[in-house]
Design a protein around this ligand. Sequence first.
Ligand SMILES: Cc1ncc(COP(=O)(O)O)c(C=O)c1O
Length: 390
Amino acid sequence: MIATRMGRVEKSRLLELIVLGQQLRRVGTDFIDLGPGQPDFPVPDLVIEATVKALREGHTYYSPVLGVSELREAVADRYNRRCGAKYSSANVMVTAGAKGALYHIIGSHLDEGGEVIVPSPYYVSTPEIVKLWGGTPRFLPCRIENGFQLDFDELKALVGPASKGIVLNSPCNPTGAVIPLPLLKEILQLAAERDLFVIMDECYDRYVYPGFEYATIPHVTPDAALPFFIAGSFSKTFSMTGYRLGYAVGPADSITAAGKIQSHSMNGVTTFSQFGGLAALQHEEDIFAPVLDLFTRRRAVLLEEIKGLSDLRWVEPGGAFYLFADAGEWMARTGAKTSEELAARLLKEGGVMVIPGGTLGQEGFIRISFAVPEDQIREAVRRMKAFVEK
Ligand SMILES: Cc1ncc(COP(=O)(O)O)c(C=O)c1O
């Protein structure tokens, strides 16, 4: 009875590792979790207060489909102030996380049978969303030798008659690569020439470390005239993963089209969540300054400690909170045939959880999150060293 469409969609290959972690915790085995894909600080108090106030004031009814107007305006203003965009609220749809934005924009711009270029490694859901909408992801490998940046000539060569769009992710989960402005300009120029939509998934837009520079669509085209979109999120900047709050930004007619999907699926995002998000945007700079300091220190600790691990190759992540390392030598040394097997053994025998790159489109690699306290980073690296050198 299950639709054939579901046969195209992969179930999470991470599930086994997660179950193993749960089993170990249940029997009291201690391990350090370097898997987290979310920050560990609590939702800021002023966000909670604004959410509770919204509840008490009766913001408990259906939301407008495209979102509460004050929040749509605040998102447009954020880009106008920060990047010189010329957006209005008509360019913004509030979604259930950046995931909701990816889902609705792809659904409203991709016909069945169309191809979408996805640089790999990738955020785990991106290719599956393309497949759910009847499209085919075409992967563009981004190599460690190139700092995990996409190669523009390779991108050009991959664009064919069935190509409909490109989904970029900067700063990137899992590599931390940040797309520089000149490369972004080239990509958008190509997309305009070849009539492709572009989505910039920028969940980690504030997690950009010293020496690296954030670049996004309005830095190149400020007026949302072309089908270029931003998929943004409150999840990482404000630690609001459970609020399920994000947004899509793009041309007004495209936002209206994407809104049709939202209107016939979830209707809109939880109304009082949106008032929490509005307060977060109003205090964004104050909230995020200490977070960036904290994560800059954690990144420095990881980069310092990890030098002590032999036979692991990595490049310094410019953004997000992950380091993506080539663990091919570790696999050879331990006899692990896949990154999943290596991660399972590192968890069971070494007491550290990392995410296998095979589940993110790059076999032979592991993703190490530094969204954990510094002492845990130090202890985890010590354990990894003991594991590979035993
Ligand atoms: C690159 C990327 N895109 C999208 C998402 C989805 O985030 P959310 O739907 O919570 O905004 C994530 C979450 O980890 C991510 O890492």
